[in-house]
Design a protein around this ligand. Structure first.
Ligand code: CIZ
Length: 451
C-alpha cells in the first residue's frame, strides 16, 4: 500500500483547467471536464472523460443533487470542513483513495491503492464505523464484503460506477451460462479428465452479483495482479474458462500462458451463443466476454512508437486492460501496483511512458521527480466515473456522519451507504476466498514481462 505525500501538486484537474482556459497547450478529450461533476448528476450517463461514449444501464445508480453549500464552497472551505470531521472522528473514520482518483480527493485518504488493497485496508481497520471509499461502485461493494457488518461503506457519489463492470450484468451472464449448459451438458459434472466443462472467472472490476455468481458456480475472482495464477487455478478444475467482463485482461493473460488466440472466442451477450458456432465453443479454452475499459482502450501502438522515437531508451509499461497489440508493443505490462513498484525500484534518471489512467501517472511523475514519467496518451482523458467524486461530495458525506455522531447512532445520517445484499454476500466472499487461496498476496509480485 502506498501512502502518498499530502500534496495536490500533481493535479489533473488543474492541467484540464489550464488547457480548457487556453492558459497552456495540450488537449483534453472533452471540454466538459472543466465543469464540476454535480453538473452531470441530473443527467443519465457516465459523465465527461473516457467512458462518455459507453451506454449506461438504465438502472445505474444516480446521485441526487449535492446541497448548494457544498457546490458553492471554496476549496479552502471544503478543506477546513473535511479536516475538521477527520479530526473529530479519529480512528472511527477511514478514507480510502483509489490510484485513479483525483489528487484533490486523494490528499485526504488514509490509504491509497488499488481496489483490492483498499478493500483489505477496510478489513484491517475494525475500529472504523465508517469507511468512505473514494473510488467506484464495485470497489465499495468489495470493501463492504470484506469489512465487518457494523461498518458502513460509503461512496461519496453514487454515479461513480464503472462502465467496464456495467458491460456484464447478472441477467446476461446467467443467460450465457444456460447457453453453455445447452452446449456442454451439466456444468457441474466433471468429465473423464476430472474437470468440469467451464469455470467462470470474474475480474475484480465487476458487480458483487457477478462475484456471487462465480462463488455459486465453482468460479473465482481475479485482479490484474494475479490473473495468471487464477487462470491456472481455473484450468486445473475446468476444461475452459468463461472470463468476464474485460476481454483484454483475459486475452493478454491467457496469451502469456500459451493459449492460442483461435481458442479464445469472444462472447457477445447480444447474439445467440455469444455469436459463436458450436465447434468454436467446443474447441475453446477461454471464452472472453465482450467488455473493455474505455480509459485503457485509448492507448495505441502508434503512441508507443512515437515515445520510442522521442525518448530513446524509454521504458514502456502498460496496464493489461490495454488491447493486445499495445501490450505486445510495450516492454512490460502489469497492474497499477506493478507499475508503481517498477517506478519506485528504478535507478534515478529513468524514463517511463505509462499506459494507464492519467491521475496515477501524474501523481507518480510528481512523486518521483528524479525520473521522467509521462502518459502515453498526450490527450488528457481521465476516468469519467472516478471524476464524479470531488471534495464537495466528500465534505457532504463526512459532515452527514459527523451530524449523526453528535446526536447518537439512532439518528444516524449515513448517506450513500453501499451494501451487498445478504444472498450475494456469502457466495461473493467464497469467490474472493478462492482467489486468496490460489495466490496468497506476495509483496512485490504481480507483473508479467511480455515476451
Ligand atoms: O484493481 C484495480 O484497482 C484496478 C482498477 C486495476 C489495477 O491494476 O489495480
Amino acid at each position: 500500500m502506498t501512502l502518498l505525500e499530502p500534496t495536490t501538486t500533481a493535479s489533473v484537474d488543474r492541467t484540464i483547467k489550464l488547457i480548457t482556459t487556453g492558459k497552456s497547450g495540450g488537449s483534453t478529450c472533452n471540454t466538459d471536464l472543466a465543469a464540476e461533476p454535480w453538473d452531470f448528476d441530473s443527467r443519465p450517463g457516465y459523465g465527461p472523460g473516457a467512458s462518455m461514449g459507453d451506454v449506461i444501464p438504465t438502472n445505474a445508480p444516480r446521485q441526487g443533487s449535492l446541497p448548494a453549500e457544498y457546490r458553492d464552497a471554496s476549496p479552502e472551505e471544503l478543506d477546513r470542513r473535511i479536516r475538521a470531521v477527520k479530526e473529530t472522528m479519529g480512528e472511527r473514520l477511514v478514507i480510502l483513495g483509489h490510484f485513479y482518483q483525483r489528487s484533490e480527493v486523494v490528499q485526504y485518504a488514509d490509504y491509497v491503492g488499488d481496489s483490492f488493497q483498499l478493500a483489505n485496508a477496510a478489513k484491517a481497520n475494525p475500529k472504523a464505523d465508517a469507511i468512505v471509499f473514494c473510488g467506484v461502485h464495485f470497489m465499495a461493494e468489495t470493501a463492504d464484503l470484506l469489512s465487518g457488518p457494523d461498518q458502513a461503506v460509503i461512496l461519496p457519489n453514487l454515479a461513480a460506477g464503472c462502465s467496464m463492470a456495467d458491460m456484464a450484468n447478472i441477467d446476461q451472464v446467467e443467460e450465457c451460462w444456460e447457453e453453455l449448459e445447452a452446449q456442454f451438458g451439466p456444468l457441474d459434472q466433471p468429465g473423464s479428465d476430472g474437470r468440469v466443462p467451464v469455470i467462470p472467472v470474474t475480474y475484480m472490476n465487476s458487480s458483487a452479483a457477478l462475484k456471487a455468481f462465480c462463488g455459486r458456480n465453482g468460479g473465482i475472482v481475479c485482479t490484474s495482479s494475479n490473473a495468471e495464477t487464477v487462470l491456472a487455478w481455473a484450468f486445473e478444475r475446468g476444461q475452459r474458462v468463461l472470463f468476464f467482463p474485460d476481454q483484454h485482461l483475459g486475452r493478454n493473460t491467457a496469451k502469456a500462458m500459451g493459449v492460442p488466440l483461435e481458442q479464445m472466442p469472444m462472447w457477445n451477450p447480444n447474439r445467440p451463443m455469444g455469436g459463436n458456432d458450436a465447434e468454436t465453443l467446443d474447441d475453446s479454452q477461454v471464452i472472453l466476454w465482450h467488455g473493455f475499459c474505455s480509459v485503457h482502450k485509448r492507448f495505441t501502438v502508434e503512441q508507443i512508437e512515437r515515445a520510442r522515437v522521442e525518448y530513446p531508451g524509454v521504458r514502456v509499461i502498460v496496464h493489461p486492460e490495454c488491447p493486445m497489440p499495445v501490450v505486445d508493443a510495450a516492454d512490460e505490462y502489469g497492474s497499477t501496483d506493478y507499475i508503481s513498484k517498477a517506478i519506485a525500484a528504478a535507478p534515478a534518471g529513468s524514463t517511463f511512458a505509462i499506459g494507464t489512467e492519467i491521475n496515477l501517472v501524474q501523481r507518480l511523475a510528481a512523486q518521483y521527480p528524479e525520473h521522467t514519467i509521462f502518459c502515453l496518451d498526450d490527450v488528457v482523458c481521465p476516468c469519467s466515473t472516478m471524476y464524479r467524486i470531488h471534495p464537495g461530495y466528500l465534505a457532504w458525506v463526512l459532515e452527514s456522519l459527523a451530524d449523526s455522531d453528535s446526536t447518537g447512532p439512532e439518528a444516524a445520517r449515513v448517506v450513500n451507504r453501499i451494501t451487498v445484499p445478504a444472498a450475494d454476500a456469502a457466495p461473493a466472499r467464497l469467490a474472493l476466498e478462492r482467489m486468496l487461496a490460489a495466490r496468497p498476496p506476495v509483496a512485490g509480485g504481480g507483473g508479467i514481462v511480455a515476451s
